[in-house]
Design a protein around this ligand. Structure first.
Ligand code: ATP
Ligand code: MG
Length: 263
């Protein structure tokens, strides 16, 4: 069997008296799409912040390709290949779509970000070499016709695609997407599902947190379920749909339950 690309080992995070993640363990295989689901406040975003090292663990560890990465500086973890996308791409909103992707690459690479703005020779060189990759990423995400638009003028769906483009510019091995389908209608969600599959087909392992159960069941190879900070189930979409504890956790949350059974 291929060794896991990511191992979450007994991960615990406490905020004062509140245990947001309690002793969570699971492995992720290279090339997998793994979703983390659970009711509001279950600890999903906290788990992603621990994996990407935006939060320090209370105990436990995260291994990336066998190497411990928990509690390293987040930019070091990003350079190793664990990249988290942000819904709030505000810092890029006054730039064009293409500039945003290039700047994200600069932040990831050794080139100085200030150099980009002041058009230093190094930055110019980097833009020359990365420019084609940036265009390739924009093309892949259907953003090429919008390359010279100011990012803040983009509609929601394209803004989300830009978030993924920015993530891809960081050359991820593992991409963490927190609620990539939030606020999207059915057609937009299905387009995004295809985009995320395409990202995986480019060799990127994808972890996503999502409340849209229909999309989760459609896209995931495996699902991890959290409830009150605990992992209560792990399995294929079919296994999760039949899991008593999962159904119990979602009782009273009819919208999500509908999603659980409509696919
Ligand atoms: N920085 C923080 N300080 C204190 N408590 C926090 C912090 N971040 C999260 N929490 C708490 O930890 C718990 C888990 O939060 P988290 O954001 O991980 O949940 P979630 O599963 O992502 O929820 P949602 O589906 O609503 O996004 C919640 O009770 C939340 O209030
Ligand atoms: Mg969350």
């Amino acid at each position: 069997m291929t060794p896991p690309i990511l191992q979450v080992r007994n991960l615990t995070k406490k905020f004062g008296g509140l245990t947001a993640n309690n002793d969570i363990s699971f492995d992720v295989a290279p090339g997998e799409i793994l979703s983390v689901i659970g009711p509001n406040g279950a600890g999903k975003s906290t788990l992603f912040k621990l994996i990407s090292s935006f939060l320090r663990t209370t105990s436990g560890e995260v291994l990336f390709a066998g190497e411990r990465v928990s509690n390293l500086a987040p930019h070091i973890v990003a350079r190793k290949g664990i990249v988290r996308t942000f819904q709030e791409t505000t810092i890029f909103k006054n730039m064009t779509v293409r500039e945003s992707v290039i700047v994200a690459h600069h932040i990831r690479s050794k080139a100085n970000l200030l150099g980009y703005f002041f058009r230093s020779a190094n930055a110019h060189q980097d833009e020359q070499t990365f420019g084609r990759s940036a265009d390739d990423i924009l093309d892949f995400l259907g953003l090429a016709p919008l390359a010279n638009e100011i990012a803040c003028n983009l509609p929601q769906g394209h803004l989300r695609a830009l978030g993924i483009a920015i993530g891809l510019a960081c050359d991820p091995k593992v991409l963490l997407l927190d609620e990539p389908f939030a606020g999207m209608n059915h057609d937009e969600t299905m387009q995004m599902v295809e985009l995320v599959r395409g990202v995986r087909d480019r060799g990127v392992t994808v972890l996503l947190v999502e409340h849209d159960m229909a999309a989760v069941m459609r896209i995931s190879d495996r699902i991890v379920v959290l409830n009150f900070g605990e992992k209560i189930a792990e399995g294929t979409p079919a296994e999760i749909q039949d899991n008593e504890q999962v159904i119990e956790a979602y009782l009273g949350r009819e919208e999500d339950l509908v999603g659980l059974y409509t696919c």
